[in-house]
Structure formats: C-alpha cells, structure tokens
Design a protein around this ligand. Structure first.
Ligand SMILES: [Zn+2]
Length: 675
C-alpha cells in the first residue's frame, strides 16, 4: 500500500498524537516480544472501551504504550493473518489466503529471520495446531514450540488441536529464563513470539472465569488469556526487563458473535472480525511517548515496526507493504486493506476484498457495500447505491493495490465456467454457511447423524460444494465407517481435484479397506499437489512399512523434516528403527515421542532396550522404571530392568526384577541368568 496511501485524502486526519521526539538512539539492542491473542475483537478489551470484560494486563500495556484505535486485520483467519503479521506482506502477495492452500513460499522472509541474523536468540510458543511448523512460520526461530500432546490429537479434529494460555505461558517462561541466562554463551537479546488461542471457539474458560463470565464466556476467554499474559509481564518486571523491552500485542482477527448473521470469523470482512486491538509498548529511551492513534493501520505494519523500534536496518524492509506504525509521517491519511477467500476456496462463492479509510469501509462483492464507520460503526446502513462516486474512488484504489506483486501460483477451486457465470455473493449464502458450521459443531459433539443430515440438506441446495463431501468423509472416518468415508472423499475430489487433504483422507480410508496399493497412490497424489503435506508422507510410510521398511523410513524421515513434533510419527519411526536394530536412531525418536507425550509402557520398554544397546545404562534403568510405573504387570520391562541392573553389577536389584518377571510370565523364568 505504499503509494496510494499518500493519495488517499477522502477525509482529513483526525489525530496524530504520537510523534517521535527523536530517531531511536543506537544503544544495546532491546529485547522484543510479540504477542498475538487469537480472535479478540477490539471492542471487547478494556482499553478500547469494553466494560463487560476485565483486561488489566492489556490496559496496563496500553497505559505505557501506543494504542492503535483502528487497527485492521488483513484477513480474518488465523494462519493467513499470522503470515501477514510476521512477513509484512498481504495475503494476495504471499499466497497464504486461507487454510486450504500451500505453506508459505520460501521467498518470503519472516521478521524472525532478520532478528536471528542480527544475533538475537529467537523463540516462539504457539497454541494452536493451525500454526504448526509445517506451514512455514517457524522460519528464523531457534525454538518453535508447536508440540501438542497426542491425546489432544485423538480427542479433537486437527483444526481444533490447541492448548490453554496457562500451559503456553509456562512454556514461554521456560524458554525466556534460558534465553536470559544461557549456560554457555553470553546472553544475547531475544525475540520471542507468544501466541495464545483461548478466545477462539469453543468458549470454555477455566474457573473462576467460567463462573464470573457465565452467559458471555467469550469475554471469559479474553479475561483468562489476559490474566495468563500477566504472568509474562510480571516475569519481565521481576527480571527488570520490562522497561527496556519492546512489546507488541495484537489479535489476528476479531469474532462476529452473530453480527451480520456470522457467528465466528473468516467468512465476512466487517469490522466485527477485522477491527482488532493493537498496542505497541516501545523500549525505554526510544523517544516515543504513550498515546493513541485514530487513523486506520494494518497488521502488515507490525513487522517493519518491530525492526524500526529495535534499531535494525535490513534488506527485508523491501518486502514490507506498510509503513511503520511509529516514526513515519503522522500526517498521512491511512487506509487499510482486508480480504477473505474463505467463501471462495472452501465453497466456490465470491471472494471479498475491502478497503477502509478513516471514514469509510468499502467491501467489494457482487453486491458492493459502503459504510460510514464514523456515523454507523455497526455497519448496518449500506450506502453503496447512494454514494457511487466514493465507491468508484475506493474501487480504483483497491484495484491499484491488488495489481501490486500478486502471488501467481494460485489453484482455483472453481471451474472457469463457474467463474465466467459469476460467483454467488457470500451474503446470499448465509443459510448454507451456518448450516455447515452447525454440522461441524454437531460432529465435534459426536452427534454424527445430526451433522450429516444438515450437510445433506446443504448438498441438495448447492451440489457443487466440495467441502460438504469432505466434511462427510471426515465424519465417517471418525466413526470408522471406511466405505462411506472413501466414497465421500472421492466425491470431494471430483468437485475439487486439487484438494490434497481429501487425498490423504481417502488414502487412510483405503488402508482400512485393505486396498494398500490404491491408498499409497493417493498419498503420492497428495504429495504431488503439496510436497509439504507431512500427513501424506506419514500415511505413505505407514503403508510402505508393511512391505518395504527402508522405503517407509525414507517417508517418515521426510515427514519428520517437515513436522518433527507429531508424536505418532516419532513413535512409529522409532519402532521401525528398533526393528532394523538401529538403536541409536530408535532411541532418539522414541525419546522424542515420549517427550511429546506418548505415555505408554511398551514404548518406554523399547526405549530402554535402545538405551541399553547404546551403552546408556543409567538412562535404560530410569526408562524401564517408567514403563513399570505405567504398567507394573509388563513382565518384559522387569526382565530388561534386571538385565540392566546386572550390567551395572547391581546383583541384588537384578535378582529382584528377574523374580518379578518370572512370576508374571513363566517363560521368563528360564531367561533370567543366574548372577
Ligand atoms: Zn485466529
């Protein structure tokens, strides 16, 4: 948005109360903390005027920092919005427009890479699987914690795998403590990104927030996330780091809460979902004073602002599309861009593009919309047919923006014929959309018949939507109805032949139907479309492990190189190496699986044996004990513990374990040597 921001003068600037006293002086590099709290509407935060929710941590940061009253998300979806925040590029430029596409292209640099190059220690803790490393946002981070426990994977749909703020903040503090006082090297400045997911649906805050916020649990989630964030700020204060640190807090998008007929976010681009809180607390000595900015700003301005306030100059700045939030020309009229391709990519309906100035919000759609957000902040009164000149000016500006460096490798989920015929306006498809969401909720609640009935009705109304059979396939798979799942995934692929997630689903169903060759082929097809689909590599490895263990190891290793924190993958790869008698590799992967939360006695038994074979006897003992603690009746673990004790010359302890093994399993009575 470089050039037209300066041209856009529809209305005079209201206020520009933040001014730089001076260019940030060159001194020790500040620590930099970026915090994103998912799904927070600006008007549900205290310092933005909310009265029904307590956000003391954010309010205190606002007191010490600069509050951007009109911060606008470029896309109201978690993963695309974070890609914009960390790269400073628009979704239509970096290609990350929704959750059905490809990982972030290697040509886009994240601010984390710049900080790392500048000598910073870089760490991140994310709280939702939708931000896992396979999508490409881990680039530049020395440490990227996207490890979720395998039980969570089993209980939930993958898109809902998350962890609560309390756990994420604890993990964050662990890394920060280590970064502050490293064992070997002298301490470096750190760049840390913390992502909290709690306000995202379903709204289920822990006590006491559940009780305090009964009837408006969404606010309870925000209050809970704010409370946990308070622990991080307290840590900064205790370590005398708060004043000297640059802290930026924002949300990735808001939440509709029923506005305009939308329950959650992503479908529309009204201010309910694109107007977000954004607070910048500069490091002491930066010369910037606390204040409030009322002109629209974009989240793509966060990356340049982080570098600017850290005093870093880097060629990556050429990639950035927005000016910095501070120290730029405060007299400029700003405008902010938003888009959503959710309805297009998932349902084949029209995409939405929008541009907002201080006064107007223009939404480009088959039926265009224009709102005077100063007079009509709820965006209820569409002025597009009355103010055609304003619409024309904003449409020109929007088109000029969209022509700048668009990402080209885009696969349309809609046929050329459908495109030529004109796509439906998402506004006219609310019933279908909400029915799909409701079906998803029914599936999550385990009510498959209700969900499937809703989806059948949607399919009758609009038979061209590939996402409907995809959801039916996922629902059938969760009930282990593999015939039904395979048929649904096949139907999905007829409607959208490029959808690699349906290929992975089909491959999985075919394995259960005993059709391994077809299943392997579909996993390979998925990898042709998306080579970073680690679940497809994992799937292929599972199939090949039955016939060709070496090939399976290659597949699994590929998957690990993309996503090393997927616990079932580490377990299966470790077991494969174990069978190959490659105990060093087996130990590495099995230990990682255990660290990721696979808590099962046989796994610890295999891990202990692997330690034994690689002469790590003390670790072997410790590991067999863990196996026995989990399953005191696991005779193998007692026998192996006996062997380990014997090798350590602990004869008495060895005898005791042999005796238990023999008692549990008579065939082991012969195996025990007589020490
Ligand atoms: Zn989000």
């Amino acid at each position: 948005m470089k050039y037209f921001l300066q041209l856009l003068t529809l209305l005079a600037v209201l206020l520009g109360c933040v001014r730089a006293a001076a260019v940030p002086p060159r001194r020790a590099k500040p620590n930099v903390i970026l915090i994103t709290i998912d799904t927070v509407r600006a008007d549900h935060v205290g310092c933005y005027g909310a009265t029904t929710v307590q956000t003391p941590t954010l309010d205190a940061l606002a007191h010490d920092g600069i509050v951007f009253e009109r911060a606008i998300s470029q896309v109201p979806l978690t993963w695309p919005s974070h890609a914009s925040i960390l790269t400073g590029t628009y979704p239509f430029q970096n290609g990350v427009q929704d959750f059905t596409g490809q990982p972030l292209d290697a040509r886009f640099r994240s601010v984390a890479q710049v900080f790392k190059q500048q000598g910073y220690a870089t760490g991140a803790v994310v709280s939702a699987f939708v931000l896992d490393r396979s999508w490409g946002l881990a680039r530049g981070f020395d440490f990227y914690d996207d490890a979720f426990s395998p039980e969570v994977f089993q209980q939930k749909d993958i898109g809902l795998v998350d962890r609560k703020a309390g756990e994420s903040v604890t993990r964050a503090l662990k890394w920060l403590n280590a970064a502050r006082m490293p064992k070997e090297t002298p301490a470096r400045p750190f760049f840390f990104w913390l992502h909290l997911y709690d306000p995202h649906s379903p709204y289920d805050p822990p006590e006491p927030f559940r009780t305090t916020y009964r009837g408006h649990l969404y606010d309870g989630e925000i209050a809970y996330a704010d409370h946990e964030l308070g622990r991080l700020i307290a840590w900064l204060n205790q370590n005398r780091l708060y004043d000297r640190s640059l802290i930026v807090v924002l949300s990735d998008h808001g939440e509709s809460l029923g506005d305009h007929g939308e329950k959650e976010h992503g479908f529309f681009v009204y201010n309910s979902t694109v107007h977000i809180p954004l607070i910048v607390k500069p490091p002491a000595g930066s010369g910037f004073r606390p204040g409030r900015v009322t002109t629209p700003v974009e989240t793509t301005a966060v990356a340049p602002t982080l570098l600017r306030l850290a005093g870093i100059k880097d060629a990556t700045e050429k990639q950035f599309q927005s000016p910095t939030l501070v120290g730029g020309n405060a007299g400029n009229e700003n405008a902010a861009y938003s888009e959503s391709f959710y309805s297009f990519s998932s349902f084949g309906w029209s995409p939405l593009h929008a541009l907002q100035t201080t006064r107007y919000h223009y939404i480009e759609a088959p039926a265009p919309e224009l709102y005077d957000v100063l007079a009509d902040p709820q965006e209820k009164n569409n002025l597009a047919s009355q103010q055609t000149a304003t619409v024309a000016v904003l449409e020109d500006k929007l088109q000029a923006l969209l022509r700048q460096n668009p990402f080209v490798a885009y696969r349309s989920p809609v046929s050329p014929e459908a495109l030529a015929a004109g796509l439906p306006d998402p506004k006219s498809k609310l019933w279908e959309f909400n029915a799909i969401l409701e079906a998803g909720d029914a599936f999550h609640a385990g009510d498959f018949p209700a969900g499937a009935a809703l989806l059948d009705r949607v399919q009758e109304k609009d038979p061209q939507m590939y996402i409907v059979p995809f959801m039916l396939g996922e629902g059938a798979a969760r009930q282990q109805k593999w015939e039904e799942a395979a048929a649904a995934f096949q139907k999905c692929l007829q409607l959208n032949p490029n959808f690699d997630q349906a290929m992975t689903g089909l491959s999985r169903a075919l394995v259960f139907l005993g059709k391994d060759d077809d299943a392997a082929q579909w996993a390979r097809n998925a990898l042709k479309v998306n080579p970073a689909n680690y679940r497809a590599w994992y799937q292929l490895g599972l199939i090949e492990s039955k016939t060709d263990k070496n090939a399976a190891i290659v597949d699994y290793e590929k998957a690990v190189s993309i996503q090393g924190s997927f616990a079932p993958l580490r377990r299966d790869l470790g077991l494969l190496y174990f069978q190959q008698k490659n105990y060093a590799q087996a130990a590495d992967h099995l230990a990682k699986a255990a660290e990721l939360g696979v808590n099962d006695a046989p796994l610890y038994n295999f891990l202990g044996i692997s330690y034994g074979h690689t002469n790590r006897l003390a670790k072997a003992v410790e590991t067999f004990k863990k196996a026995i603690k989990l399953d005191p009746r696991l005779a193998e673990a007692h026998l192996n513990l006996g062997y380990a004790y014997q090798r350590l010359n602990q004869v008495q302890a060895a005898r005791a374990e042999y005796a238990v093994a023999c008692r549990l399993e008579s065939r082991f009575c012969q195996l025990a040597p007589h020490p």
